[in-house]
Design a protein. Structure first.
Length: 453
């Protein structure tokens, strides 16, 4: 679960700016909270960031995405050398600083990465385990020329981690990436350093960043009939007219002709890698009905590639069934509205059954205002027993009601006098419970709205 995220010298963020999911002094809607007594934290499940166009809302989402990609893939965006805060010339040579604190496996961690974007040069990287008021440094690189220093609990008898860190010190990638990608067998031989894998997996598996035009990514949610049925049920509840989702058999050739080269190569790689393992363990996999699948999306269709009991790949295309009177009509995704496209993407959040942190740009994109509000209601219902967070930017002010959200769940992005981004929570404004939030926001009482001459 995300606790805090801070960024400095990144696009419109000049000075250090912190976003927090820690709960405020609001006493109502305690079901919106996740409690971690061991870490002494009470965290929000939901947060919405409002603000005028150009205030920097999407830049916050980009900051999270850049950090995640750098850690999990070892790469910066193609134009990262222009992502420093260009409001001040001196920022070009200064590092961009990301700092994130989060809870995983019921432990609180803080990770800091400082990188000069114009040069792609890491100048500082640090991971801490926070226990009460103690900050236990697990590893740290203090400056550009320093070596990585590790806590004794990570080094073990052979101190392999220090040796590996020296080898990777000059390759321009975060140590957290290197130790999880370039060290086969390291964790099996160094169980004391498993925390480095646990932290990496939080960035890779728990944290998910979603942009408005991002297609459905690889997921196994549609592999199981009950998930498929749940998705159809939810789509129907959102008044889309869809009553069923079917899998229509198709051919490998039909699927591949609709995919780009990169996607085809990725599928071939995964099937060649896992195919022999699956065939070898087919009887055990069949017992648990745990056959892996790949879901890939083309602009005209959604394809499901499943391993099944015969150990072979089977190819399907996704069909949405609409009911009009007594008649059922089949449609491919290309025939559905933009709103249905968006809903289909978002429903993974509602049926998710594992710990996740969804960071989303423009949840209301292509959705009717009432549908956006209904989705937020469904999120609170579905996350009641789950450790799931949804953080989103939006312009949908109908969310701003005490009946739906807490005031500490509402954030505003505004511009400072120098045009840099100022990000703050309504909790900091001590807004009274009797305030009409939407009306006061649109009137500009707290800022974050455009002003016209």
């Amino acid at each position: 679960m995300l606790v805090n995220f801070s960024v400095q010298n990144f696009l419109s963020f000049n000075k250090e700016t912190t976003f927090s999911m820690e709960s405020g002094r609001v006493s109502k809607k305690t079901d919106h909270l996740c409690l971690f007594p061991d870490c002494k934290k009470s965290l929000l499940k939901f947060a919405a960031i409002f603000g005028k166009n150009g205030a920097g809302k999407s830049n916050f989402i980009r900051a999270v995405a850049v950090l995640q990609n750098y850690i999990t893939k070892g790469i910066l965006p193609r134009k990262a050398d222009t992502y420093w805060c260009r409001l001040y010339d001196e920022n070009e040579k200064l590092p961009t600083i990301f700092k994130v604190s989060f809870i995983t496996n019921n432990k609180l961690y803080s990770y800091t990465l400082s990188v000069v974007l114009t040069e792609g040069k890491i100048v500082m990287e640090k991971l801490e385990n926070i226990v009460g008021n103690r900050h236990i440094v697990l590893f740290c690189k203090e400056d550009e020329n320093a070596e990585y220093v590790f806590h004794r609990n990570l080094r073990g008898k052979t101190d392999d981690v220090t040796v590996l860190a020296r080898n990777y010190n000059m390759n321009g990638k975060p140590f957290l990436y290197n130790i999880n990608h370039n060290t086969p067998g390291f964790f099996s031989n160094n169980m004391q350093a498993e925390v480095l894998l646990i932290v990496f997996r939080w960035f890779a598996d728990t944290l998910e960043v979603i942009f408005p035009d991002q297609p459905l990514q690889e997921t196994s949610l549609l592999q199981y009939n009950h998930s498929k049925d749940n998705i159809a049920k939810l789509l129907n509840q959102f008044a889309t007219g869809i009553v069923e989702i079917k899998l229509e058999p198709t051919t490998k050739e039909k699927v591949y002709e609709n995919l780009d080269d990169k996607t085809r190569q990725q599928i071939e790689f995964e099937t060649q890698l896992f195919g022999p393992i699956i065939k070898k363990n087919i009887s055990e996999i069949a017992k648990n009905d745990d056959f892996p699948s790949i879901v890939t999306r083309h602009r005209r269709n959604i394809f499901i590639i499943n391993y099944e009991q015969d150990g072979e790949l089977h190819f399907y295309s996704l069909i949405f069934v609409h009911k009009t009177g007594d008649k059922c009509i089949d449609f491919h995704i290309q025939n559905e509205s933009d709103g249905t496209h968006r809903l289909f993407q978002l429903l993974e959040i509602l049926i998710c059954n594992k710990e996740k942190v969804f960071v989303m740009d423009e949840i209301n994109r292509s959705l009717h205002p009432k549908l956006t509000v209904e989705f937020i209601k469904k999120f609170f219902e579905s996350s009641f027993f789950q450790h799931i967070q949804l953080i989103t930017t939006t312009h949908e002010t109908r969310i701003m009601t005490h009946d739906l959200v807490r005031r500490d769940e509402l954030w505003l992005a505004d511009t400072n006098e120098d045009a840099s981004t100022n990000l703050f929570s309504l909790e900091s404004k001590q807004v009274r419970i009797d305030k009409v939030l939407e009306e006061n926001y649109l009137e500009g009482i707290w800022g974050g709205v455009p002003r016209f001459e």
